[in-house]
Design a protein around this ligand. Structure first.
Ligand SMILES: Cc1ncc(COP(=O)(O)O)c(C=O)c1O
Length: 367
């Protein structure tokens, strides 16, 4: 049995149809599959339901996350949308207060109108979570660390509360990936990923995942999956599979770089605060004024000013105008997401080049 995450990343995907000895999983670019005879199936009927390339990817992600099953979607938001189909009118949901802005937009502007009630709070504060729980509370949705303020929730602790109260725990594991955090092993019921980020790792493919801890949840979500049809295409499945092969080694290098950059940022007079969880490549930092923040965005050259995260290329984002633009101003400011906040996704370039790029942009911003 393969145990080490490095080995699982390389060898976790299995092609159960392999008769050729091919080392990589082929792209089964087929929408439909013929039947051997009436009432029989090869196991594949129609690619919205199952496709061999996507199936290999789903198995690989299920193994990495220690899940029962994994479903691959056309984006992280497609995965989140199907997940929200589990919610019923009058269900009460507790969510981390500082979720990815797209998740907030979906919950507030799409899901709430179906009669679902959502309360946002710091899910790291277990007492505050316990206080909010009522008989209608059916789900707790956690992002840890949060995006972009890096608030941490102890998954094992919150899962113990959920189990006691019969609440399902959902964890968005996009930021830490199974290399650093396996929510199902800590008691979560469902894990969500934007596969566009670290799993894919090359800023070339959109993807999303839902990983379930048990058969019952898998059956419910598989039914929604085949009915709604937001599935990942075969070629995109191949690209994410290829990305996953280097996930563990990328995360090692990214974390090594990010630690050095977080330390360096902490020593700069133009930088007021640095938020870094100590793992993975996501660093948020604040300058003293909006002007400096904007100039840094425009001056960086190796690091690119672009939305998204988790790829081999370092990117810098302006949450107020990008990821969190749709979060209401009052809420955004209460969380500290203001015009001085920048979010860096550290890549695998040489750290000296990244620091030199930041150093020059900070110096230029000052002049
Ligand atoms: C933490 C997190 N979850 C979910 C998503 C949504 O994923 P996607 O952009 O693949 O739809 C994002 C996107 O940035 C994210 O950062």
């Amino acid at each position: 049995m393969l145990q080490n995450i490095n080995t699982l990343c390389v060898h976790g995907a299995k092609d159960k149809n392999n008769t050729t000895g091919a080392i990589t999983i082929p792209v089964y670019q087929s929408a439909t599959f013929s039947h051997p005879c009436v009432g029989q199936s090869t196991g594949y009927d129609y690619s919205r339901l199952q496709n061999p390339t996507r199936e290999a990817l789903e198995n690989a992600v299920a193994v990495l996350e220690s899940g029962y099953d994994a479903m691959a979607f056309s984006s992280g938001m497609a995965a989140m949308t199907i997940l929200c189909e589990l919610f019923n009118p009058n269900d009460h949901i507790i969510a981390s207060q500082d979720l990815y802005g797209g998740s907030v937009r979906l919950l507030d502007n799409v899901v709430k109108k179906n009669g679902v009630l959502v309360d946002y709070l710091n899910t790291g504060d277990i007492d505050a979570v316990k206080e909010k729980i009522r008989s209608e509370t059916k789900f707790i949705f956690v992002e840890t660390p949060t995006n972009p303020m890096m608030q941490i929730t102890d998954i094992a602790k919150i899962s113990a509360v959920c189990k006691e109260k019969n609440i399902l725990l959902i964890v968005d594991n996009t930021f830490l990936t199974p290399v650093y955090q396996k929510p199902i092993e800590l008691g979560a019921d469902i894990v969500l990923h934007s596969g566009t980020k670290y799993l894919g790792g090359h800023n070339d493919t959109l993807a999303g995942f839902l990983v379930t801890a048990n058969e019952e949840l898998s059956e419910k979500l598989r039914y929604l999956y085949k009915t709604i049809g937001a599935c990942l295409a075969p070629w995109d499945s191949f690209l994410i599979l290829r990305g996953i092969k280097t996930l563990a080694i990328r995360m090692e290098r990214i974390t090594e770089n990010a630690k050095k950059i977080a330390d360096w940022l902490g020593e700069q007079s133009a930088v007021k605060t640095v938020l870094y969880s100590g793992q993975s490549g996501m660093i948020s930092f604040k300058t003293y004024d909006a002007d400096t923040a904007k100039k840094i965005l425009e001056k960086v050259k190796v690091i690119q000013y672009a939305e998204s995260l988790g790829g081999v290329e370092s990117l810098i984002t302006y949450p107020v105008l990008q990821t969190h633009a749709d979060v209401p101003l009052e809420k955004r400011l209460a969380l500290g997401i203001d015009e001085t906040l920048l979010r860096l996704s550290v890549g695998i370039e040489h750290v000296d080049d990244l620091i030199a790029d930041l150093e020059k942009s900070v110096a230029d911003a000052d002049s």
